[in-house]
Design a protein around this ligand. Sequence first.
Ligand code: PEP
Length: 251
Amino acid sequence: MSKRHPIIAGNWKMNKIVREAQDYAIKLLGRIGNVTDVDVVVCAPFTALSTLKDELEESIIHIGAQDLFWVASGAFTGEISAEMLVDIACTYVIIGHSERREILKETDEDIAKKIKAALKAGLTPILCVGENLAQREEGRALAIVRGQVQKDLADLPSEDLKRVVIAYEPLWAIGTGKTSSSQDAQDMCEAIRTTLAGIAGTVADEVNILYGGSVKADNIAELMVQPDIDGALVGGASLDADGFAQLIENA
Ligand code: PEP
Protein backbone atom coordinates (compact mmCIF):
# COMPACT_ATOMS: atom_id res chain seq x y z
CA MET A 1 0.00 0.00 0.00
CA SER A 2 1.28 3.43 -0.91
CA LYS A 3 2.27 5.65 2.01
CA ARG A 4 2.27 8.71 -0.22
CA HIS A 5 0.16 11.75 0.60
CA PRO A 6 -0.59 14.07 -2.35
CA ILE A 7 1.16 17.45 -2.58
CA ILE A 8 0.13 20.54 -4.52
CA ALA A 9 2.93 23.11 -4.50
CA GLY A 10 2.67 26.61 -5.94
CA ASN A 11 5.76 28.28 -7.39
CA TRP A 12 5.36 32.04 -7.53
CA LYS A 13 8.73 32.42 -9.27
CA MET A 14 9.91 36.08 -9.14
CA ASN A 15 6.48 37.54 -8.39
CA LYS A 16 4.69 39.37 -5.55
CA ILE A 17 5.83 42.11 -3.25
CA VAL A 18 5.20 41.80 0.51
CA ARG A 19 1.72 43.38 0.52
CA GLU A 20 0.57 41.07 -2.28
CA ALA A 21 2.02 38.05 -0.48
CA GLN A 22 0.11 38.96 2.68
CA ASP A 23 -3.22 39.44 0.84
CA TYR A 24 -2.69 36.14 -0.95
CA ALA A 25 -1.92 34.20 2.23
CA ILE A 26 -5.01 35.50 3.99
CA LYS A 27 -7.21 34.72 0.98
CA LEU A 28 -5.81 31.24 0.35
CA LEU A 29 -6.09 30.27 4.00
CA GLY A 30 -9.69 31.49 4.04
CA ARG A 31 -10.47 29.22 1.06
CA ILE A 32 -8.56 26.04 1.88
CA GLY A 33 -7.79 26.27 5.59
CA ASN A 34 -9.56 22.96 6.25
CA VAL A 35 -8.13 20.88 3.38
CA THR A 36 -6.35 17.83 4.76
CA ASP A 37 -6.38 15.31 1.91
CA VAL A 38 -3.64 17.24 0.07
CA ASP A 39 -0.50 18.91 1.47
CA VAL A 40 -0.46 22.47 0.15
CA VAL A 41 2.84 24.32 -0.26
CA VAL A 42 3.47 27.92 -1.35
CA CYS A 43 7.00 28.56 -2.64
CA ALA A 44 7.65 32.29 -2.54
CA PRO A 45 10.58 34.62 -3.25
CA PHE A 46 12.92 35.09 -0.27
CA THR A 47 11.60 38.61 0.36
CA ALA A 48 8.04 37.34 1.00
CA LEU A 49 8.92 34.44 3.27
CA SER A 50 8.79 36.21 6.62
CA THR A 51 5.35 37.59 5.72
CA LEU A 52 4.19 34.07 4.94
CA LYS A 53 5.64 32.97 8.28
CA ASP A 54 3.50 35.61 10.04
CA GLU A 55 0.34 34.57 8.19
CA LEU A 56 0.73 30.82 7.73
CA GLU A 57 3.15 29.37 10.29
CA GLU A 58 0.49 27.71 12.44
CA SER A 59 -1.71 26.75 9.49
CA ILE A 60 -1.99 23.70 7.25
CA ILE A 61 -0.30 25.60 4.38
CA HIS A 62 3.41 24.83 4.18
CA ILE A 63 5.92 27.53 3.30
CA GLY A 64 8.60 26.87 0.71
CA ALA A 65 11.54 28.74 -0.83
CA GLN A 66 12.69 28.49 -4.45
CA ASP A 67 16.42 27.89 -3.92
CA LEU A 68 19.16 27.77 -1.30
CA PHE A 69 22.95 27.69 -1.08
CA TRP A 70 24.62 24.55 0.24
CA VAL A 71 26.87 26.13 2.91
CA ALA A 72 25.39 27.03 6.33
CA SER A 73 26.94 30.50 6.69
CA GLY A 74 29.97 32.54 5.68
CA ALA A 75 31.39 34.67 2.89
CA PHE A 76 28.83 33.94 0.14
CA THR A 77 27.40 37.34 -0.70
CA GLY A 78 23.81 37.22 -1.88
CA GLU A 79 23.19 33.60 -0.93
CA ILE A 80 20.65 32.12 1.53
CA SER A 81 21.31 28.93 3.49
CA ALA A 82 19.01 26.05 4.43
CA GLU A 83 19.35 27.03 8.09
CA MET A 84 18.12 30.56 7.28
CA LEU A 85 15.06 29.09 5.56
CA VAL A 86 14.26 26.87 8.53
CA ASP A 87 14.58 29.95 10.76
CA ILE A 88 11.71 31.65 8.90
CA ALA A 89 9.43 28.61 9.06
CA CYS A 90 10.13 27.11 5.63
CA THR A 91 9.61 23.38 5.43
CA TYR A 92 10.03 22.95 1.66
CA VAL A 93 12.47 24.25 -0.94
CA ILE A 94 12.46 23.92 -4.73
CA ILE A 95 15.86 22.78 -6.01
CA GLY A 96 17.08 22.66 -9.60
CA HIS A 97 14.12 24.37 -11.28
CA SER A 98 14.68 24.39 -15.04
CA GLU A 99 14.81 28.19 -15.05
CA ARG A 100 17.80 28.01 -12.69
CA ARG A 101 19.41 25.21 -14.71
CA GLU A 102 18.94 27.08 -18.01
CA ILE A 103 19.28 30.77 -17.12
CA LEU A 104 21.59 30.61 -14.10
CA LYS A 105 23.56 27.59 -15.37
CA GLU A 106 23.08 25.44 -12.28
CA THR A 107 24.75 22.08 -12.72
CA ASP A 108 23.77 18.66 -11.44
CA GLU A 109 26.75 18.88 -9.06
CA ASP A 110 25.41 22.14 -7.58
CA ILE A 111 21.95 20.61 -7.32
CA ALA A 112 23.20 17.47 -5.56
CA LYS A 113 24.91 19.69 -2.95
CA LYS A 114 21.74 21.74 -2.48
CA ILE A 115 19.63 18.60 -2.00
CA LYS A 116 22.00 17.35 0.70
CA ALA A 117 22.03 20.73 2.47
CA ALA A 118 18.22 20.88 2.45
CA LEU A 119 17.88 17.39 3.90
CA LYS A 120 20.53 18.03 6.54
CA ALA A 121 18.60 21.09 7.74
CA GLY A 122 15.31 19.17 7.85
CA LEU A 123 13.75 20.77 4.76
CA THR A 124 11.84 18.79 2.14
CA PRO A 125 13.51 19.42 -1.23
CA ILE A 126 11.35 19.47 -4.36
CA LEU A 127 13.84 18.40 -7.02
CA CYS A 128 12.84 19.50 -10.52
CA VAL A 129 13.86 17.39 -13.48
CA GLY A 130 12.77 17.45 -17.11
CA GLU A 131 13.82 17.50 -20.74
CA ASN A 132 13.65 20.37 -23.23
CA LEU A 133 11.83 20.22 -26.57
CA ALA A 134 14.90 19.35 -28.64
CA GLN A 135 15.81 16.51 -26.30
CA ARG A 136 12.25 15.16 -26.49
CA GLU A 137 12.17 15.38 -30.28
CA GLU A 138 15.50 13.54 -30.46
CA GLY A 139 13.98 10.74 -28.35
CA ARG A 140 16.30 11.48 -25.43
CA ALA A 141 13.73 12.60 -22.82
CA LEU A 142 13.94 9.46 -20.72
CA ALA A 143 17.75 9.36 -20.75
CA ILE A 144 17.96 13.05 -19.76
CA VAL A 145 15.50 12.71 -16.89
CA ARG A 146 17.00 9.45 -15.65
CA GLY A 147 20.49 11.02 -15.74
CA GLN A 148 19.30 14.05 -13.73
CA VAL A 149 17.70 11.82 -11.09
CA GLN A 150 20.81 9.69 -10.78
CA LYS A 151 23.25 12.61 -10.61
CA ASP A 152 21.16 14.89 -8.38
CA LEU A 153 20.41 12.17 -5.84
CA ALA A 154 23.78 10.42 -5.96
CA ASP A 155 24.97 8.83 -2.72
CA LEU A 156 21.86 9.59 -0.68
CA PRO A 157 21.00 7.01 1.97
CA SER A 158 17.49 5.51 1.61
CA GLU A 159 16.18 7.33 4.71
CA ASP A 160 17.09 10.62 3.02
CA LEU A 161 15.90 9.61 -0.43
CA LYS A 162 12.37 8.99 0.77
CA ARG A 163 12.20 12.58 2.07
CA VAL A 164 12.85 14.01 -1.40
CA VAL A 165 9.94 15.10 -3.60
CA ILE A 166 10.60 14.93 -7.33
CA ALA A 167 8.81 17.19 -9.80
CA TYR A 168 8.84 16.07 -13.42
CA GLU A 169 8.62 19.29 -15.42
CA PRO A 170 9.16 19.03 -19.18
CA LEU A 171 10.56 22.42 -20.17
CA TRP A 172 8.35 22.71 -23.24
CA ALA A 173 5.28 22.62 -20.98
CA ILE A 174 6.41 25.26 -18.46
CA GLY A 175 4.55 28.53 -18.83
CA THR A 176 3.56 27.64 -22.39
CA GLY A 177 -0.01 26.50 -21.84
CA LYS A 178 1.00 23.10 -23.31
CA THR A 179 0.49 20.32 -20.79
CA SER A 180 1.99 16.91 -21.27
CA SER A 181 -0.81 14.40 -21.83
CA SER A 182 -1.68 12.73 -18.56
CA GLN A 183 -0.50 9.40 -20.02
CA ASP A 184 2.90 10.86 -21.09
CA ALA A 185 3.29 12.47 -17.66
CA GLN A 186 2.39 9.17 -15.99
CA ASP A 187 4.87 7.26 -18.17
CA MET A 188 7.73 9.57 -17.19
CA CYS A 189 6.78 9.59 -13.51
CA GLU A 190 6.68 5.79 -13.59
CA ALA A 191 10.12 5.76 -15.25
CA ILE A 192 11.41 8.07 -12.51
CA ARG A 193 10.07 5.67 -9.88
CA THR A 194 11.74 2.76 -11.65
CA THR A 195 15.02 4.72 -11.68
CA LEU A 196 14.64 5.35 -7.95
CA ALA A 197 13.95 1.66 -7.38
CA GLY A 198 17.23 0.93 -9.14
CA ILE A 199 18.97 3.21 -6.64
CA ALA A 200 17.11 2.34 -3.44
CA GLY A 201 14.71 -0.59 -3.98
CA THR A 202 11.27 -0.42 -2.37
CA VAL A 203 11.93 3.05 -0.92
CA ALA A 204 10.94 4.28 -4.41
CA ASP A 205 7.31 3.53 -3.54
CA GLU A 206 7.44 6.11 -0.75
CA VAL A 207 8.78 9.00 -2.85
CA ASN A 208 6.27 11.64 -3.93
CA ILE A 209 6.55 12.40 -7.64
CA LEU A 210 4.77 15.51 -8.94
CA TYR A 211 4.04 16.69 -12.45
CA GLY A 212 4.60 20.33 -13.41
CA GLY A 213 3.98 22.22 -16.64
CA SER A 214 0.88 24.36 -17.29
CA VAL A 215 -1.18 22.57 -14.64
CA LYS A 216 -4.52 24.34 -14.13
CA ALA A 217 -7.78 23.87 -12.27
CA ASP A 218 -9.29 22.15 -15.29
CA ASN A 219 -6.54 19.56 -15.92
CA ILE A 220 -5.38 18.69 -12.39
CA ALA A 221 -7.97 15.92 -11.83
CA GLU A 222 -6.91 13.81 -14.82
CA LEU A 223 -3.26 14.07 -13.72
CA MET A 224 -4.02 13.16 -10.11
CA VAL A 225 -5.70 9.87 -11.01
CA GLN A 226 -2.50 8.54 -12.58
CA PRO A 227 -0.90 5.93 -10.31
CA ASP A 228 2.61 7.44 -10.24
CA ILE A 229 1.60 11.13 -10.12
CA ASP A 230 1.31 12.23 -6.50
CA GLY A 231 0.53 15.89 -7.05
CA ALA A 232 1.66 18.94 -8.97
CA LEU A 233 4.11 21.83 -9.02
CA VAL A 234 2.13 24.79 -10.30
CA GLY A 235 3.60 28.04 -11.62
CA GLY A 236 1.30 30.52 -13.37
CA ALA A 237 -1.92 29.02 -12.02
CA SER A 238 -0.73 29.44 -8.43
CA LEU A 239 -0.40 33.21 -8.66
CA ASP A 240 -4.04 33.99 -8.00
CA ALA A 241 -5.19 32.77 -4.58
CA ASP A 242 -8.75 31.97 -5.67
CA GLY A 243 -7.56 30.19 -8.81
CA PHE A 244 -5.03 28.16 -6.82
CA ALA A 245 -7.68 27.30 -4.23
CA GLN A 246 -9.95 26.05 -7.01
CA LEU A 247 -7.11 23.93 -8.43
CA ILE A 248 -6.51 22.42 -4.98
CA GLU A 249 -10.20 21.70 -4.56
CA ASN A 250 -10.27 19.96 -7.96
CA ALA A 251 -7.18 17.85 -7.18
C1 PEP B 1 6.84 25.94 -12.75
O1 PEP B 1 7.21 27.09 -12.66
O2 PEP B 1 7.41 25.07 -12.07
C2 PEP B 1 5.73 25.62 -13.64
C3 PEP B 1 5.36 24.38 -13.79
O3 PEP B 1 5.14 26.68 -14.27
P1 PEP B 1 3.72 26.68 -15.07
O4 PEP B 1 2.73 25.96 -14.20
O5 PEP B 1 3.39 28.13 -15.25
O6 PEP B 1 3.94 25.95 -16.35
